[in-house]
Design a protein around this ligand. Structure first.
Ligand SMILES: NC(=[NH2+])NCCC[C@H](N)C(=O)O
Length: 381
């Protein structure tokens, strides 16, 4: 049932992934015309890009991998569809500022082509009425949140708290490769050719993305796959005293929203039963919807474009966005999931998202839910 959009401005309040959504920040893809495939990028996306690294990116050079304009235009079309669907559901949609051009950035230690603010889930976590800016892993994303600052100031003026993890220098020795080496993967194809400078004595830094968290009222699940993340979990515990942070031990390389999506108290969407063991005991007895397989023939064939580097897995479409405990926005190209959810009594709002593997995000990644109705409930006891 369409609900009237709330009359703004509303105070920042977002403790979970599923209570009624009133306001959301939605990313944008203008000028997403290249991936800067430096070492930090190759390591971050290693799980997905390792098989194609030698083919499309030089293992030794820092390269801009151009993205065909048609794909960016189509992505923007699909995002416009998402904006309309959210508005129709009575959700107020805010956008980051648009980068007016391609932006090249330079730190004292490296340079990069800036990534536009598309996956706004990644560099920030909203914890109740606190904005927490996280510590980017990908160098190209270090200034991404600048474009969200107009929105953050708006919430700040209306009483929000605002914290930032220490900004990482992302020098040559900052990133931990432990997650991959534990699986006996050879990461040299990602790290060879590193040209960033070093800072003597610095070593591994606090590096962490907001999308490594999943919020459940007073509890927050935090994926920790290496020492970079370990430092961030400690920072979260030290700085946000009134929430409980649960460590998920290397449930994924980094983000977890294409593995797990809590749909309502006691019910979650999960990639497969293999992931149950990573969850807190209390969640292991929740009811689970396992993600059905996607059908590749529903998605574009990129062979004519010659651009095939997927930075996201085929599980990206698990990445739905909840409007409330009974209403979810799902990729219309994933009818298999729509059917399962409808059978479970959900109202599904279908929105097309064609290039979900090429830009590293689904609907949960593209959004930062800033105002939901729920509070710091205890869903885990
Ligand atoms: N917030 C995000 N950007 N999430 C995307 C997670 C994608 C995940 N690495 C996958 O390939 O399935």
């Amino acid at each position: 049932m369409p609900q009237p959009a709330p009359t703004s401005p509303l105070a920042l309040n977002s403790f979970d992934e599923f209570t009624r959504l009133d306001e959301v920040l939605l990313g944008r893809a203008e000028h997403y015309d290249a991936h800067h495939t430096d070492t930090s990028w190759r390591l971050f996306f290693y799980d997905n890009v390792a098989p194609v690294l030698g083919q499309h990116t030089s293992p030794s050079g820092e390269e801009l991998l151009p993205i065909p304009t048609q794909l960016v235009d189509e992505l923007n079309e699909d995002i416009a569809g998402l904006a309309d669907a959210l508005t129709e559901c009575g959700v107020k949609v805010l956008r980051p500022a648009a980068p007016g051009k391609d932006i090249d950035i330079r730190s004292p230690h490296w340079d990069a082509r800036a990534t536009p603010p598309l996956n706004v889930r990644d560099q920030t976590i909203i914890l109740g009425n606190t904005i927490v800016e996280t510590a980017p892993h990908v160098r190209a994303r270090i200034f991404e949140n600048d474009l969200l600052k107009p929105a953050f100031y708006r919430y700040y003026q209306h009483g929000a708290n605002w914290l930032s993890m220490p900004r990482p220098a992302l020098t040559r020795d900052s990133l931990d490769t432990a997650y991959f080496t534990h699986q006996n993967q050879d990461v040299r194809r990602a790290t060879d050719g590193e040209s960033a400078g070093a800072i003597e004595g610095l070593g591994l830094e606090m590096v962490f993305d907001g999308a490594q968290c999943m919020r459940l009222g007073r509890d927050v699940l935090v994926n920790v796959a290496n020492h970079n993340h370990e430092l961030a979990l400690r920072w979260l515990r030290d700085n946000i005293r009134d929430l409980r942070f649960h460590r998920l031990d290397a449930m994924a390389d980094n983000h977890i929203d294409s593995v797990l999506v809590p749909l309502r108290p006691g019910l979650m969407l999960l990639r497969s039963p293999a992931y149950l063991k990573y969850l807190p005991k209390a969640m292991q007895s929740w009811d689970v919807i396992y993600a059905p397989d996607t059908d590749d023939s529903n998605f574009p064939d990129y062979s004519d474009l010659g651009f095939v580097i997927p930075i996201g897995s085929r599980y990206m479409d698990i990445n739905l966005l909840s409007i409330d405990e009974n209403t979810v926005v799902v990729n219309s190209l994933y009818p298999e999931l729509i059917e399962v959810l409808e059978r479970r009594g959900f109202t599904v709002v279908p929105v097309r998202h064609r290039h979900r593997r090429l830009f590293g995000g689904g609907f949960h990644c593209f959004t930062l839910d800033t105002v939901r109705r729920g509070g710091p409930e205890d869903y885990l006891s």
